[in-house]
Design a protein around this ligand. Structure first.
Ligand code: NAD
Length: 261
């Protein structure tokens, strides 16, 4: 999968077509949406009108919590594919583990069928802690291709990244820019950015790429959409990476997956 993609959480459906079109024109080929975002239709319109061959696109969507379970997951993917105007997605994710409900193993059986039927090229999870991954992998022969988790310089998730490496699971970072506010004003990031004559957002995205993370920054502002993909022409030094490592303070912007949903 492309290491850098475009996220559309909180983009209203009526604006999704324009934002995704701008991203595709800027060179993004990977788009990350979810049933819960309510913008699969607008995203699908942009994909259909882009004129890009299907095989050049990498589309991810996610199963919402209410639809966990075997039959309901199969039906939920039908609905997502219809809205996206696609025959298959490239990656289908279980959005949250909902451990108290304990339905993710049954849901995963539906995901295995979806993959076997070719309706998702790859299947994965999101917001899974190591214990959830262990339980899932223990009951299945199919290891998730991806775990999409909250990850940014204030929450670098070293422990989870190690677990992923052991199992060959790709780490995909959500809220890679720490949702913009706060993180991007940090003086340490500003200092590194000034050294490279780059913006704070570009430095943070570069930090992710050099750690090996897949990133899916979101913006609806055309200049920022273009700025966020223009990160392949420079590299951070080991000293820069070490300085940025100092930003880890465990800040979690989203809910704790153990207690959500
Ligand atoms: P993000 O870290 O990508 O930050 C986005 C915000 O940062 C923008 O709204 C804007 O305010 C600001 N921004 C973006 N580019 C900028 C730039 N160049 N300069 C200055 N400010 C800039 O946050 P996100 O949207 O939460 O996360 C990205 C994507 O991750 C989402 O769109 C979604 O696809 C995915 N996501 C998944 C989950 C999950 O549970 N799996 C949860 C949250 C987000």
């Amino acid at each position: 999968m492309p290491q850098l993609g475009f996220g559309v959480w909180q983009v209203p459906d009526r604006d999704a077509r324009k934002a995704v079109t701008t991203a595709l024109e800027a060179g993004y080929r990977s788009i990350d949406t979810a049933a819960a975002y309510g913008n699969e239709k607008g995203t699908g319109k942009a994909l259909a009108s882009s004129g890009l061959p299907r095989e050049e696109l990498f589309v991810t969507t996610k199963l919402w919590n209410n639809d966990q379970g075997y039959d309901s997951a199969l039906r939920a993917l039908d609905a997502s594919l219809r809205k996206l105007r696609l025959d298959y997605v490239d990656l289908y994710l279980i959005h949250w583990p909902q451990p108290a409900r304990d339905a993710y193993r049954e849901t995963w059986r539906a995901f295995e069928k979806i993959a076997a039927d070719g309706r998702a090229r790859a299947i994965g999870v999101s917001n899974f802690h190591p214990a959830h991954l262990d339980r899932l992998i223990g009951g299945s022969s199919v290891v998730p291709a991806v775990n999409q988790i909250e990850l940014h310089p204030r929450l670098p998730q070293a422990g989870l990244r190690r677990v992923h490496a052991e199992h060959g699971i790709a780490t995909e970072a959500w809220s890679p820019l720490g949702q913009g506010k706060g993180l991007l004003d940090d003086p340490v990031i500003a200092r590194v950015a000034a050294r490279h004559d780059r913006t704070p957002a570009q430095v943070v995205l570069r930090w992710h790429l050099q750690l090996g993370n897949v990133v899916i920054p979101k913006s609806v502002t055309p200049e920022r959409i273009r700025e966020n993909i223009d990160v392949f022409g420079f590299a951070l030094t080991e000293a820069d990476m070490a300085e940025l490592a100092g930003l880890d303070d465990g800040t979690r912007l989203g809910p704790d997956p153990d207690h959500f949903g």
